[in-house]
Design a protein around this ligand. Sequence first.
Ligand code: PLP
Length: 230
Amino acid sequence: MTQAEQLAGIQQRIATACGKANRPLDSVTLLAVSKTFPLDRILEFRACGQTAFGENYLQESLDKITQLADHPDAPAIEWHFIGPIQSNKTKPIADNFQWVHSVDRLKIAQRLSDQRPPHLPPLKLLIQINTSGEASKSGVNPDEAVALCLAVSQLPNLKLHGLMTIPSNTDDMAQLKAEFLLCKSIFDALNAQGLQLDTLSMGMSSDLELAIECGSTCVRVGSALFGARA
Ligand SMILES: *Cc1c(COP(=O)(O)O)cnc(C)c1O
């Protein structure tokens, strides 16, 4: 399959899922997760119309962003950081990304806000929720999520747009659904408190249909677009 066919296939899966969930087509965006794949693959998807790309590993992503710098397509690409964030890594993230999906501590959000260059628009932020309850997983505990989001929403150089979750690594659809719906319920509770969140980042290659059924507005798709990772 060509990359154009690969992309069209995912767009079709999203469209079918939106139809089944009675949701408008434009209520779900596709984030192409390009970790481990080189810039030329990203540019091929860009040529097919894809604009948003997600990266997990900071050094790898900075290498790609640097390589891209003088390319005519550079302004059309939107970079999303979706990996774990250590506090000594916040500065290059604040300098180089438009979106961050994986903030789970106030300290990290404060550093991103302090370090966001003044000539750039506010950094668009999602708070990662640990919906699986596994101690090893990133993400804030559901019962601490509202307080964290309210605090983050006050920071000056960030714009809190919503929530992200990575559910348990399981094929159990009922379990996955419960975790997606937990994230959606926190999202709804925050909006009921007046936060005006618009982005719920849930669903990957294997479960994007279920995530859309549960209210996702942004699916993060890697292997179903780029192929298996080494
Ligand atoms: C790798 C990754 C994805 C993409 O996973 P696929 O199963 O390859 O679609 C999505 N979100 C996050 C946070 C990831 O790390």
